[in-house]
Design a protein around this ligand. Structure first.
Ligand code: NAD
Length: 339
């Protein structure tokens, strides 16, 4: 079976992707620097679900073995120009999936350096390793934020995205450009995925689903930006990782293009206020709402055109927001022992 490197394996999407790859019999090596951008207990909790002990995962540059013999974990920085190449020489990876990044639009206003370090320097290091180790396919995370304030909807990968309104978006667009160059120069396949607002169990504490649920269940007001006048193409985690899995699993077919780029979203935008109503319904609690202006760097609407991904990989998102929100709240309550 093929060997896949998943970067950001202790992160939200990387954890779920590792699980689905292992379920299908792949050999998976996960790396992550376990930074403290958000609660590290959540990251160690995800790793423990992958059979990794926290004490083993804490040590940098030492392989942690899992109770699942097809999985290994290594705490490693993408910026580490000494140990990242060693990892590639020690394991003959067939495929690399880069999900490690400094995520979040709002934090890029406060800490721009973290974005250049992880998303630009780190991504370059990874491209260099792919180039020198004959990797057959690099799949990497981009973001819907590259569309900035585009007005034409739904967003299409053919649309112009030369006007990012956050540094986060600028680094993601840079990744797409860098991947194009490496595909062209060194003849390996790259596939960029523009993710649209991913939510679900083990999700990120800096994102709306988590922030709202946490505040509502703990009797705190929720912050509603742009007075609630926002729309997001909320996409359930299982639909996302099934899509990514299909790309990894089939992506090396002979006729496939060297450089590809896809939107991966639900393609059904939801008004923020309707999303909040859904959480209120499922928790049985009415949210205290603090209405606030638009935040710098944020976009007002996202909507993915996923026709290309449907055509090339039979991508079929199927989870409605009400089902997805229900699953998240069940997980959240059990994780925090709340009823
Ligand atoms: N979740 C979403 O809605 C969403 C939307 C658009 C794009 N994305 C992108 O998808 C990818 C995964 O996102 P996520 O939601 O799982 O985020 P996440 O923050 O949960 O996961 C990213 C992981 O990468 C690790 N990491 C960060 N910098 C690193 C570095 N320099 N070296 C090694 N590890 C590092 C972090 O510790 C974290 O565990 C990211 O690239 C993100 O930008 C996510």
């Amino acid at each position: 079976m093929k060997k896949v490197l998943v970067t950001g394996a202790a992160g939200f999407i990387g954890f779920h992707l590792s699980k689905i790859l292992l379920k299908h019999g792949y050999n998976v090596v996960g790396i992550d620097n376990i930074n403290d951008y958000y609660d590290i207990n959540l990251k160690y909790g995800r790793l423990s679900k992958l059979g990794i002990d926290r004490v083993d995962a804490e040590r940098f540059n030492e392989v942690a073995k899992s109770s699942n013999s097809n999985f290994k974990f290594l705490r490693l920085n993408l910026e580490d120009r000494e140990n990242l190449p060693k990892l590639f020489t020690n394991h003959n990876f067939d495929i690399v999936c880069n999900l490690a990044a400094q995520a979040g639009v709002r934090y890029s206003i406060e800490n721009p350096e973290a974005y250049i370090d992880s998303n630009v320097v780190g991504f370059l290091n990874l491209l260099e390793c792919c180039r020198h180790n004959k990797i057959e396919h690099l799949v990497y995370a981009s973001s819907s934020s590259v569309y900035g304030q585009n007005e034409k909807i739904p967003f299409d990968t053919q649309d112009n995205v030369d006007h990012p309104i956050s540094l986060y978006a600028a680094t993601k667009k840079s990744n797409e450009l860098m991947a194009y160059t490496y595909s062209h120069l060194y003849d390996f396949k790259t596939t960029g995925l523009r993710f649209f607002t991913v939510y679900g169990p083990w999700g990120r504490p800096d994102m709306a689903m988590y922030l709202f649920t946490d505040a509502i269940l703990n009797d705190r007001p929720i912050k509603v930006f742009n007075n609630g006048n926002l729309e997001r193409d909320f996409t359930y985690i299982d639909d996302i990782v099934e899509g990514v899995f299909k790309i990894i699993d089939k992506g090396n077919s002979e006729d496939s293009k060297k450089y590809s780029l896809y939107n991966i979203g639900n393609s059904k935008p939801v008004k923020l206020m309707d999303f909040i109503t859904e959480i209120e319904k499922q928790t049985g609690i009415e949210a205290k709402k603090e209405m606030l202006p638009m935040q710098a760097g944020d976009v007002s609407r996202t909507w993915a055109n996923v026709d290309l991904l449907k055509k090339d990989y039979n991508y079929t998102p199927k989870t409605s927001v009400s089902v997805g929100v229900e699953h998240f709240i069940i997980w959240f309550k059990s994780y925090y022992n709340q009823q």
